[in-house]
Design a protein around this ligand. Structure first.
Ligand code: ADP
Length: 497
């Protein structure tokens, strides 16, 4: 309980108020006591002088005892708390009104007496109290002289035991009692208001804690609408904290959703890939088993057929595994490009050369259109070749015999674009956005299966797109079913120094 912020704040407030109260009491008592002493001393400032003037206390160098007794008696009547002492010029006590057994010192220091007698002295000035060994009290004093020569001082100690303690002060003064009561009441009021204020402030913090807690525990009904500040009040740090928390919660939710989606995609991909791997693997195993089991009964031609089949499917398997590995590496965050300037025109010619036989075999014409002055580009030549190969291979794969494939390069402002166009089967508009997804293949039966083992696992375009993106570009596709398809991307022209 005491560990809560509210309890700590309340305790701190009460502690501070206690200190303030104590400081107030000490200050009041001290100033009041000094003020009373100042007023008493000021009122009686000329008392000793008046007495000395009314009765010449020293006559012919000796104390006039009768005059002294008259003074003592007079003061006894006026104020019994006042004590009178006659000092010599060095401050030694010569005569006094108090009973001799009460006197504790034989000499009074004259410093305070001289201060008192000097003009403009700041009151109260306290001098030695002969009744106590170390005590000091306010006094009135006057020099006693005869024939112009200083004989000593009349030293009148004022006030007796006035207000020695706070309790005594409160007991004797109703004003002090009233002041004390008002102080205690105002401190209590501040305490109550402070506790109320802290309760109000910490209530908002408690609400926020509950919010965070419900988020942590994954409560599906947790509030995700922003914690708006109370209308009419400027938002403070707690509002800012609530808003920041809501933003953070939303971001976490988004990231969790993205992770879940990525996970689902990954699972789908693994399911698709394992399916795609299983098909050639099963065919490969089938061919090998047939060869093993029917070895004796198979004609040499049949044996060659099964061997060729096994070879074709093992190649397909290898290709799938390579694609999968490449895509994974390309998708890793820290994939570095080995960028260098190279001639895109030459690369396109090389790729065309590589695929010419395949195109001829399928009865397709493969044309290239490259401007004579095509400038070099900056890029990772190995990866760009991969893009061109994937696009060209797809074009050949999805274009029926008699069709045409064009590889074109075009210069632009700072960028050189490449286009691979075919007159093939095309891609339906609704499928276009998905062809770049991993493992996605338009109508799986098309182009797949037994066309010579060149079909992939739907990874070729995903790899091409990723490579183009790593080069800061975009792989675009335009297509019309039955008419053809064109893929375009561009690369930055090489920086010529
Ligand atoms: P695949 O290994 O199946 O070719 P890709 O990622 O290269 O995988 O291509 C994804 C799908 O996009 C293909 O299955 C095909 O349906 C479609 N596609 C790609 N290129 C073309 C093209 N030039 N003409 C028609 N369809 C294409």
């Amino acid at each position: 309980m005491l560990r809560s912020l509210h309890a700590k704040l309340v305790l701190a407030l009460l502690g501070l108020l206690g200190l303030v109260g104590l400081a107030y009491v000490i200050l009041t008592v001290t100033t009041t006591r000094l003020h009373i002493q100042e007023v008493t001393q000021a009122l009686n400032r000329s008392l000793a002088a008046d007495l000395a003037r009314s009765q010449p206390l020293i006559k012919s160098g000796t104390v006039d005892k009768a005059a002294l007794k008259r003074v003592f008696d007079m003061l006894m009547v006026v104020n019994p708390a006042i004590e009178v002492y006659l000092l010599d010029a060095e401050g030694n006590l010569i005569a006094y009104s108090a009973p001799p057994d009460k006197i504790k010192r034989a000499r009074v220091s004259l410093g305070p007496v001289r201060d008192f007698l000097s003009a403009g002295a700041k009151l109260p000035i306290r001098g030695d109290d002969p009744r106590s060994g170390s005590g000091r009290k306010i006094f009135s004093a006057a020099p006693v002289s005869e024939g112009g020569r200083l004989q000593g001082y009349l030293y009148v100690v004022l006030g007796g035991e006035t207000y020695q303690s706070v309790a005594g002060m409160l007991e004797t003064s109703w004003i002090m009692r009233l002041g004390g009561g008002v102080a205690v009441a105002s401190l209590a009021l501040i305490a109550v208001l402070g506790v109320l204020l802290f309760t109000r402030l910490t209530r908002r913090l408690r609400r926020l804690t509950a919010r965070v807690e419900s988020f942590r525990s994954g409560d599906p009904a947790r509030p995700l609408a922003p914690a708006a500040a109370t209308p009419g009040r400027a938002p403070d740090e707690i509002d800012a904290l609530a808003l920041t928390f809501d933003a953070m919660a939303r971001r976490i939710d988004e990231q969790v959703a993205a992770l879940e989606e990525a996970n689902t995609l990954r699972q789908e991909l693994i399911a698709n890939i394992s399916h795609d791997l299983r098909t050639p693997l099963a065919s490969l195993q089938g061919a090998i088993e047939t060869l093993q089991m029917k070895d004796a009964s198979l004609a040499p031609e049949e044996k060659r057929h099964y061997l060729a089949l096994a070879h074709k499917h093992s190649q397909r398997l290898g290709r799938l595994i390579t694609d999968l590995f490449d895509l994974t590496t390309l998708e890793s965050e820290d994939r570095q490009l080995h960028t260098e300037p190279f001639s895109l025109a030459e690369l396109v010619q090389d790729v065309a050369q590589r695929f010419r036989a395949m195109a001829d075999e399928k009865g397709l014409s493969l044309e290239i259109d490259i401007p004579l002055n095509a400038s070099p580009v900056d890029g990772d030549i190995g990866l760009i070749e991969r893009v061109l190969a994937n696009l060209t291979e797809n074009a050949i794969k999805y274009t029926p015999s008699g069709g045409r494939i064009d590889l074109g390069v075009q210069g632009g402002a700072g960028r050189i674009s490449v286009r691979v166009r075919d007159t093939g089967i095309g891609i339906p508009a609704e499928e276009l956005p998905r062809v770049f997804e991993r493992s996605y293949r338009v109508g799986k039966e098309r182009g797949g299966g037994g066309d010579g083992g060149r079909d992939g696992a739907g990874l070729g375009l995903a790899i091409a797109k990723r490579i183009v993106e790593l080069h800061g570009g975009v792989l675009l596709v335009e297509s019309e079913p039955g008419t053809g398809t064109a893929f375009t991307f561009d690369l930055p022209a090489a920086q010529t120094a």
